[in-house]
Design a protein around this ligand. Structure first.
Ligand SMILES: Cc1cc2nc3c(=O)[nH]c(=O)nc-3n(C[C@H](O)[C@H](O)[C@H](O)COP(=O)(O)OP(=O)(O)OC[C@H]3O[C@@H](n4cnc5c(N)ncnc54)[C@H](O)[C@@H]3O)c2cc1C
Length: 369
């Protein structure tokens, strides 16, 4: 540690990405995470890691959709810079529904047209489905293809980022639980990327910001299905189980995700397990023979307005990045790049702009009157 070492507090998705960009720019960086190098205490460890701004536009704010679109090429670039291979796919995603659920498809398309007028979605008829997703042939008569969407392997991404941090000389302190106050006197600046772990700090009353941080529970299943081959993530529109299946490498599939207003981080309930696995079976009965590798839950770090925020204080030398909610993988490259631009302006004693030019993200200055 030197007086110019910057501390990243929280080494989940945002923390690792931020630390990497700072280290690449030549800053001295130390990273602290209460969990392991694998990232097993991060929401990012459980996530399906879909990069789906079109499919998510039905639920996400316009800002989040924009950050998602900006982030896809940034991910391509980041993955290209990593020395450890990461599974990244950009085959688009496929929205499917059973005949009786057609009204849900009509509704989905209406939302899509409103939220993303230039969406470029294409209807696939039975013959297109048979050609491009042969194992779904005969299961669905029509589907909606969303081009340009992608996905990552979340755990490979976390591991490859940890490798890259070490290669860039970042001092990584795993299994080290700390608070900002433990670090602010010792380090040049502190960037707080603790996700839901920052709840008590974030929610302290403050004159400049009223947003509150909460956890939104999500559960996923991971299965191994050697007989099933899907070429892209598939979302099932369903009145009871509106879920997705993200095919990873080697016939591993992540099925997600429930969204429950609860901060319980306990085991997956029977009801959620049944919903996830029923959705899977409804897409293809061959999944009936799949082996369940894992049923897991985590909390999505969520702000009142469902949009991420970056806040900073020059007097305390702290920057807080939070609120990635259900879109952390989809938007973190754009959000963390905005945080890094704020940090470099502050480190050079420049007055930062009120808003990041590239991403449009607003910076909240705690010290302003
Ligand atoms: C079920 C589920 C499915 C998801 N699917 C997707 C998806 O398909 N696409 C997508 O874009 N996003 C998805 N997400 C969202 C995504 O995972 C989150 O938005 C993202 O992980 C948030 O990143 P973060 O770095 O802010 O928090 P996290 O990834 O949770 O990382 C926070 C880190 O801070 C550390 N920490 C906390 N407190 C302390 C402390 N006091 N000291 C030291 N370390 C601390 C934790 O150990 C953790 O490693 C999903 C989330 C869930 C739960």
């Amino acid at each position: 540690m030197t007086p110019h070492t910057t501390a990243i507090l929280g080494g989940g998705l945002a923390g690792r990405l931020t630390a990497l960009q700072l280290a690449e720019q030549g800053f001295q960086v130390a990273l602290f995470d209460k969990g392991s190098r694998a990232g097993d205490t991060a929401a990012a460890y459980i996530a399906a890691a879909m990069l789906a701004p079109l499919a998510e536009s039905v639920e996400a704010t316009p800002e989040v959709i924009a950050f998602g679109r900006q982030s896809l090429p940034l991910w391509r670039d980041i993955v290209g810079r990593l020395n450890t291979p990461v599974f990244m796919q950009e085959n688009g995603s496929l929205i499917v529904w059973h005949g009786q659920d057609k009204p849900l498809a009509v509704q989905f398309e209406q939302h899509l047209r409103r939220a993303a007028p230039q969406h470029g979605a294409v209807h696939w008829q039975a013959a297109d489905i048979a050609e491009r997703e042969p194992q779904l042939a005969g299961r669905f008569q029509t589907a909606l293809y969303l081009p340009g969407e992608g996905q990552l392997d979340n755990r490979q991404t976390l591991a490859a980022l940890a490798d890259a941090l070490e290669q860039h000389g970042v001092a990584c302190h795993w299994q080290t639980e700390v608070n900002p106050a433990d670090l602010t006197n010792q380090y040049y600046w502190v960037l707080d990327c603790r996700g839901f772990g920052a709840q008590s700090t974030w929610n302290k009353p403050h004159k400049r910001t009223a947003s509150k941080l909460r956890g939104v529970r999500g559960e996923v299943a991971r299965v191994y299905a050697p007989e099933v081959q899907l070429n892209r993530p598939v979302r099932l529109l369903h009145p009871r189980y509106p879920l997705y299946i993200a095919p990873k490498e080697q016939h591993v599939f992540v099925i997600g995700a429930t969204q429950i207003e609860s901060e319980d981080v306990g085991e997956v309930s029977v009801r959620s397990g049944l919903e996830l696995l029923s959705a899977l079976y409804a897409v293809h009965p061959a999944f009936g023979e799949a082996k369940i590798l894992e049923l897991a839950s985590s909390l999505r770090p969520t702000l009142s307005h469902h949009t991420p925020e970056i806040r900073f204080s020059r007097t305390q030398k702290i920057i807080e990045i939070n609120g990635l909610f259900r879109h952390g993988f989809m938007i973190s490259p754009a959000v963390t790049a905005a945080a890094v631009r704020l940090f470099t302006a502050l480190a050079n004693s420049n007055t930062p702009p009120a808003q990041d030019k590239s991403s449009g993200l607003v910076y909240t200055d705690f010290d302003a009157d």
